[in-house]
Design a protein. Structure first.
Length: 280
């Protein structure tokens, strides 16, 4: 990589669920419309990431753990972000804009047979749609269930972190459109430092459930290029608690397969040798 690695830090504590990121993503990348049907259980009308949903704002309604009505200010804000609540004031919405994690160890890259998936000079992972042959190997390989094939097309699609904009020195459309700076874009090392400070700020303010997800370079995917500050367990947001690159065991599997093949060949050779002796 010739450029400094960049990524997303999504601070869910200040997400207001406006879906500006979803709209900006679709508009800039010319992504097809993927349905406007409500689930009847939430204000969420996209439900999950997919081939035509590269940004997904989740709405998670749950009992409020305390009497807090406001979360602490993000540095530079003039007013606190109020957490939406139910009419009785006892519920809260956890809102989070999900996206492809652009893993350090990306299994989708490992299994792609055509080279359609590649790592850019910015450290991001991109699908070249004109090279994708629709084999679908990348779909089960992703530990986050991010990548998907379009039904009519068969090819795989996902977030590119606006690769064309990065090349022009611009930030991704979703980060540009976010009104509360819940989605922050920049050099990954700087974002990790900023995120750690934000968690400390929330803890000092009594928000003890605040934690980072996907920031650790020593986790099962080598750290994510898109990581999050969460206010509850990852499972609440539909995220795996301990993601692991699904191709982690491939070298060992090939080694065992090779050893088994050699043993089989050795056994066959011994059988032929014994058969030859018997005929004499």
């Amino acid at each position: 990589m010739s450029e400094e690695r960049v990524g997303f830090f999504t601070d869910t504590s200040v997400c207001i669920g406006c879906k500006a990121c979803e709209v900006a993503c679709k508009e800039w990348n010319a992504i097809p419309e993927d349905g406007l049907s409500l689930t009847a259980m939430s204000y969420d009308n996209t439900q999950a990431l997919g081939a035509s949903t590269w940004r997904h704002v989740a709405f998670i309604e749950q009992p409020r753990p305390d009497g807090r009505t406001q979360l602490p200010l993000v540095e530079g804000e003039s007013t606190a972000q109020e957490t939406p609540v139910g009419g009785d004031g006892e519920l809260r919405w956890l809102m989070s804009s999900d996206v492809c994690k652009h893993c350090t160890h990306a299994a989708c890259l490992d299994v792609c047979p055509t080279g359609s998936l590649f790592r850019t000079e910015f450290g991001t992972v991109v699908v070249q749609e004109d090279i994708c042959n629709g084999c679908g190997y990348c779909v089960p390989a992703c530990p986050y269930g991010v990548i998907e094939q379009r039904p009519r097309d068969g090819r795989a699609f996902k977030c590119t972190m606006c690769y064309d904009r990065l090349g022009a020195g611009q930030e991704p459309a979703c980060a540009k459109a976010c009104p509360t700076e819940s989605i922050q874009f920049g050099p990954l090392d700087e974002l990790r430092e900023r995120a750690a400070l934000r968690v400390d700020q929330l803890h000092e303010a009594g928000v003890t459930d605040a934690r980072l997800y996907g920031h650790d370079p020593d986790d099962g995917v080598g750290g994510d290029g898109a990581f999050f500050l969460l206010l509850d367990e990852p499972e609440v947001y539909g995220l795996p608690p301990d993601p692991v690159v699904t191709t982690r065991d491939l070298p060992a599997m090939w080694k065992h397969a090779g050893a088994a093949a050699l043993s089989l060949l050795g056994g066959l050779a011994a059988c032929f040798a014994l058969t030859g002796r018997g005929r004499r």
